[in-house]
Design a protein around this ligand. Structure first.
Ligand code: GLN
Length: 303
């Protein structure tokens, strides 16, 4: 199969779509991005790489960071983290508070904000300087020292992140936040403000398509941990649109409000797309379309 031709065809189709969705503006600093950006990058397990469009332009990875944070926490703490978190899809928006109150401060899963804030709390306990440790982890996974945070985006979210403060306070009131709200959210906002290109994200997710071994064949997670994290991506990676993503695309993956989506076929490939316009559920509109086209054209999905 000529993957470059497949990617080029998808690019030509997707950029011609008129309704590109809406850029997230609840974090004011995110709203400055040009909606016409579109990038797609594919890396096959045998090493072949293909890219089209703006696949080398850094963007705010936002919730995609939740998977990498979970991987780092799981590599240090194993399944004990599941004492403080569930693994069921929420069927609700990523920043919903009601479910957390009803379920006594145990987040449904690590990819809604409440769950990601518990994972952030675990990392804040584990590391003296979690901001630095998380960055080093990502740089090690990719072998790329150029990856960095955008502190302006973290600051912008800190100034406007009322729902995340409410969530962290609710977790604290149930005893499911061990460090201070301030300390955990300062770390969490930086984690979400990591900037990466499609190519860098593809490389950082290689371990999930390679039984826990990163790009440099170093074991970062056990096979069982990878199986479980991939399962959580499939069932919880797209907020209240996880069913739709499985239906249309058929891969485990994760989206972020910066407009990125990463998805993978275990033992086969990782693909990342970036298009900043979101649909009403908060997932990249053209990114979902591009990935649907990819698995339809190549027949390479888990189903
Ligand atoms: N930092 C964002 C938030 O907490 C991440 C949300 C997302 O990408 N879905 O609201």
């Amino acid at each position: 199969m000529n993957f470059q031709t497949v990617l080029n065809d998808i690019y030509n189709h997707v950029v011609s779509v008129k309704d590109k969705g809406t850029i997230a503006s609840y974090i004011p600093e995110l709203a400055h991005v040009d909606i016409n950006n579109f990038g797609l990058h594919l890396k096959i397990k045998n090493g072949e790489e293909y890219g089209v469009g703006h696949y080398n332009k850094p963007f705010s990875i936002q919730s995609i960071s939740k998977v990498l944070a979970l991987a780092l926490a799981a590599s240090q703490k194993g399944s004990t983290i599941l004492n403080r978190l569930g693994v069921e899809p929420s069927g609700h928006p990523f920043n919903q508070l009601a479910l957390l109150e009803i379920e006594n401060g145990i987040p449904r899963n690590p990819f809604i904000n409440s769950g990601a804030i518990v994972v952030a709390d675990i990392l804040v306990t584990l590391f003296e300087n979690p901001v630095e440790s998380f960055l080093n982890y990502i740089r090690d996974l990719t072998g790329d020292k150029n990856i960095n945070y955008n502190p302006n985006i973290a600051k912008s979210e800190k100034e406007s992140g009322y729902r995340n403060y409410a969530t962290a306070n609710l977790l604290k009131s149930f005893g499911n936040l061990h460090n201070s709200v301030e300390e955990v959210l300062d770390y969490y906002f930086m984690q979400c403000a990591l900037e990466m290109t499609c190519e860098q994200i593809t490389k950082s997710f290689h371990l999930f398509a390679n039984k826990g071994k990163c790009l440099f064949e170093k074991t970062r997670l056990t096979e069982q941990q990878v199986k479980r994290i991939n399962a959580i991506m499939l069932t919880c990676g797209f907020y209240d649109e996880a069913g739709e993503f499985a239906f249309e695309v058929g891969l485990p993956g994760k989206s972020g409000v910066g407009g990125g989506i990463v998805a993978l076929l275990p033992d086969n490939y990782v693909i990342t797309t970036w298009a900043p316009g979101l649909n009403e559920k908060g997932n990249s509109k053209l990114g979902m379309l591009a990935l649907e086209q990819f698995t339809t054209k190549t027949q390479l999905s888990i189903f």
